[in-house]
Design a protein around this ligand. Sequence first.
Ligand code: ADP
Ligand code: MG
Length: 387
Amino acid sequence: ALGYHKVVKENRNLYNMVQDLKGNIRVYCRIRPAFSAEAKNVVDFIGEDGSLVVLDPLKPQKDGRKNFQFNRVFGPTATQEEIFKDTQPLIRSVMDGYNVCIFAYGQTGSGKTHTMCGPSGGSTKDMGINYLALNDLFQLSNKRTDTVKYDIHVQMVEIYNEQNRLSVFHFICWPDFVFLTAHKLEIRSCDSGPSVPDATMHSVKSTSDVLSLMKLGEVNRVVSSTAINNQSSRSHSILTVLVHGKDVSGSIIRSCLHLVDLAGSERVAKSEVTGDGLKEAQYINKSLSCLGDVIAALAQKSSYIPYRNSKLTLLLQNSLGGHAKTLMFAHVSPEADSFGETISTLKFAQRASTVELGAARMNKESTEVKALKEQIESLKKALANKE
Ligand code: ADP
Ligand code: MG
């Protein structure tokens, strides 16, 4: 049996390598610890090879076993450090000019914010990927100081409430306290993917800069969410890190890292006034269902990908179908009463893992290429003037 496992594991590593070459969306599944030891746990098996078996609490027989396969599965005892260790190489590649996107998906309470930010309460213990990533990028930047000069900027955008057509608005809160309507919020395409020009870009030079911005952001988030009666589980927060580098040969690196804590993926009961009066209906966050549509279209290699149906998918367009490196954390709760949402998250994640991205492309331009491009432009102009 051990031999068999070894072969499975080796095949799995090979499979992962091929996936990496193909540049699929990578999927890591993380299962948070159960809140109580008595609660029935649906996780039946976690394989080192990225396999996961969950058990339907209502069908404990054989047909209640559901098998899934991901790049990695992290069980309830996995630490923040272990998670970061397996994410670090991907994150570091942003310093070489690759665009990188990491997003956390899952129902409310499954641990998305824990992975991205860390435990609530503002302690610096068990910090999440956002902080560890920036910390690591600064270290790398300091290490390379003789060869590359880096500038790092961060921006945080919160996308709120796309599901209600009457009050569609987007909200930018970090670290400034600004409301922007859907019409005003412009998403502009730039070298390193779309960005939101109205949200402030903050130059950060050290981890302590980032920490103080995060503190301010947390305060603003609390103030603002009370002001608009928001539950943070209904909004997406996107931390974007823009990297600009210039190496000794004069080559320019421009890339971006999106770190996304998505809204809860659960369906929520909501009252709506319709022609027949007040109606209770099941709604899923609109931009999340748009994200699902985009992933389904990409998985089917459809000729039309509906990126423009939501601000979220528009902002993440390059990370989902372009030449970026993308990693999804699929978060699940182990308790039996979450089984339905757990299955739906795992199916979503499984579909996402079949999405092929374009070969990751380095956004690095050498001085020669830059000079040639400029020459082409000036020749074009000269030609146009002659005509
Ligand atoms: P979400 O952002 O998906 O709604 P949270 O990250 O807020 O979920 O997690 C819900 C609760 O579970 C929080 O109290 C959080 O601290 C705790 N939690 C989540 N994941 C873990 C984990 N891996 N280890 C310990 N506690 C966790
Ligand atoms: Mg959260």
